[in-house]
Design a protein around this ligand. Structure first.
Ligand code: AMP
Ligand code: MN
Ligand code: MN
Ligand code: MN
Length: 278
């Protein structure tokens, strides 16, 4: 039986709707045989997910999705096979919790100026011990009737250039890659086609990513169509990068992105799982 991989998804440790255990359970039901949990800037869900994966008999890969900056763009770097106990990475995630809390305070102030009070208390309550993300703000705006969908919350308030956007001091891409590599992991550029880069910027990024030690790019994601998969596979070959596959699943409420429901990696691409040592 071939393995069915899903190497990018989120739990309640960041902005996912399912607990780590429930997420693993759902992945198992969907036929996934090898799963990486990659919450935003945190490894807090990994222990619970690993226990659940062991119980279900599926392979578990410790992961993270680190927010980073390159050329003033915010890019997401997925780390696969990381050791969450590696001290610089543990310190980084600890600091990122505060960074995200401070950003949340600023977002809430900006919303107050738009006559939308109460956001900070609401997102803190929603997130609990987890990372506060803009998804929590989107859910708050939705619950208060200010918008009709999460997407509208980003389009009207939270996306770059909108009234409640706050730029955040993420680590440099090369630093984030370093944390991943030195903790024993493989650095993967997440959803490269979602940054709205021109072809020449994307080439520049892939060069810089590879030079900093990045080894793979996501070629198959929950949102790419056949043309986008082919496009990314061509880039991966050209830059000598391996390919990853991950749904970026957040919630069962999203009908379009299901765990493990992914097109196969193009056969000429080296799979990132060949690079994983554990
Ligand atoms: P952040 O707290 O900035 O890391 O954002 C968390 C989540 O917001 C990301 O995982 C995305 O799923 C979502 N997101 C970011 N930008 C957008 C956007 N423009 N439209 C919809 N969702 C977005
Ligand atoms: Mn997210
Ligand atoms: Mn992302
Ligand atoms: Mn993600």
């Amino acid at each position: 039986m071939p393995e069915i991989y899903d190497l990018h998804c989120h739990s309640t440790a960041s902005d996912g709707a399912l607990s780590p255990a429930a997420l693993v359970e759902r992945a198992h039901q969907q036929g996934v045989t090898a799963l990486a949990l990659t919450d935003h800037d945190t490894t807090a869900g990994l222990d619970e997910a690993k226990r659940s994966a062991d119980a279900a008999g599926i392979r578990f890969i410790s992961g993270i999705e680190l927010s980073s900056h390159w050329q003033s763009k915010c890019l997401h770097i997925v780390g696969l096979g990381i050791d969450p106990a590696y001290v610089p990475l543990a310190e980084a995630t600890h600091n990122l919790r505060n960074t995200r809390l401070q950003r949340a305070e600023q977002i809430a102030l900006k919303l107050e100026k738009k006559r939308i009070p109460g956001a900070l208390a609401a997102v803190k309550k929603m997130a609990g011990d987890s990372m506060i993300t803009r998804t929590h703000f989107a859910d708050f705006l939705l619950s208060q009737g200010h918008v009709l969908s999460q997407q509208e919350a980003f389009d009207r308030y939270l996306a770059k250039g909108k009234p409640a956007y706050v730029s955040t001091p993420w680590a440099d891409m090369s630093v984030a890659i370093d944390w991943i590599i030195k903790s024993g992991g493989v650095a993967v550029l997440a959803h490269p086609l979602r940054y709205q880069l021109t072809a020449s910027w994307l080439r520049r990024l892939l060069n810089a990513f590879k030079e900093a030690g990045g080894q793979a790019v996501e070629i198959v994601t929950g949102r790419y169509n056949a043309e986008e998969i082919k496009n990314m596979a061509d880039y991966a070959k050209r830059f000598g990068l391996a390919g990853s596959a991950g749904s970026d699943f957040h919630s069962p409420a999203n009908q379009y992105v299901e765990l493990g429901r992914l097109a196969p990696l193009p056969p000429e691409i080296q799979p990132v799982w060949d690079l994983l040592t554990s």
